[in-house]
Design a protein. Sequence first.
Length: 136
Amino acid sequence: MGYEIIKRDFMTRINLVPPAELCDQHLLAEHRELTRIPNAVAKGKFSLKGQPEYYKLGEGHVRFFFNKLAFLKQRYDLLHEECLARGFNVQYFWAEELPDDPNLWQNYLPTENALALNRERIALRMPVKARFTARK
């Protein structure tokens, strides 16, 4: 998964692959972590300075998504739906007070290269005892 420190000791993953491809552990972690980005934007604790032009992992990963709230909202909705479909008891925590600035509400269509990079990272970080709960 792609990670970047938003706050001290907090890592955030945003995957690009369909949520159905994720193991339970990665699905639940992304569902929990993704909301850190819109929450930071809602509090004004973000900067677009130095924002990468292309999807990346590591440093710059989170910054890449600060102006892609439309993508993040769609992604979060898909993650939430997949969690519920697998029978997980999750809460919906999308930030309520987000800026209306259209520059922050961009979408993102992952490139083949970005998807390959993301899948490679997921494979590297796959838990030894990965669980894949069937949709109910």
